[in-house]
Design a protein around this ligand. Structure first.
Ligand SMILES: [Zn+2]
Length: 175
């Protein structure tokens, strides 16, 4: 019997969220969209995900209003996927989930997330203590840390070796 993805017996908002983002790869697709990945092939090479799974996740996330599909080329037809406000609203969750993963399992520091205006590393939920504000997603600077592979195979990971803001699209000459 296939494992259902809903939690019909749960009266719980976490369960409701997991019905949308709880499948394998889904949160990583959203993470990449927040990094600025927009195109199918870029998701594919950066995630190393099976094509059919990526296609299914992109379709589901579009249907849930988390990504917005936009055609950027007519011949041959090519679409890109942009994060909506519903995706941006997941940023504090991704931030705290990443911190939890690193701290609880002694992962090396792979990236720092900073407030671009002042350079302060963000708090657990994406806040800047120095400026006393929740940093808007476009003002988050992704800064490579010492644990990153300095010579990654895929072009998205290579572009992420330099500090860059969240949501900043990857230029085609970078990838
Ligand atoms: Zn700040």
């Amino acid at each position: 019997m296939a494992l259902g993805k809903d939690y019909a017996t749960q009266e719980c908002s976490i369960a409701r969220a997991l019905e949308v983002v709880g499948e394998r790869w889904t949160l990583l697709v959203i993470r990449d969209a927040l990094y600025g990945v927009r195109r199918y092939n870029d998701f594919l090479v950066h995630l190393g995900i099976p094509r059919a799974v990526l296609a299914a996740r992109l379709q589901a996330l579009t249907a849930e209003g988390i990504l917005e599909k936009r055609r950027y080329q007519e011949s041959p037809p090519r679409d890109e996927y942009l994060p909506t406000d519903r995706a941006l609203a997941l940023w504090p969750t991704l931030r705290s989930l990443g911190r939890w993963g690193r701290e609880q399992f002694d992962e090396p520091q792979l990236r720092y997330f900073r407030h671009a205006d002042c350079g302060t590393e963000l708090g657990l939920y994406g806040e800047c203590h120095r400026c006393a504000l929740v940093v808007p997603v476009p003002d988050v600077l992704v800064d490579p840390g010492p644990g990153l592979d300095p010579n990654p195979a895929d072009p998205i990971s290579r572009a992420l070796l330099k500090p860059r803001r969240l949501l900043q699209p990857f230029e085609s000459d970078q990838v």
